[in-house]
Design a protein around this ligand. Structure first.
Ligand SMILES: [Zn+2]
Length: 67
């Protein structure tokens, strides 16, 4: 059974935002996730770039994944 509370790679405890950005950038219907650090590595970008996207989606206010 997938563990939706922890990063599937490093086992870090996941925040709501970690899951939301994973769904947004990787797979909308995901039920297992990567933390922000592992997601950044997966895309070959910096952690700050991922955090920037989270901020953008939240501030745009029209994505149901970010509340
Ligand atoms: Zn991780």
């Amino acid at each position: 059974m997938p563990d939706s509370e922890h990063c599937m790679k490093c086992g870090a405890k996941l925040m709501q935002d970690d899951k939301a950005i994973y769904r947004k950038m990787v797979l909308r219907t995901a039920d297992s996730f990567l933390c922000i650090d592992c997601l950044a590595e997966y895309f070959g970008v910096s952690r700050a770039a991922i955090e920037e996207k989270i901020r953008y989606f939240r501030e745009s206010g029209n994505c149901a994944l970010f509340r």
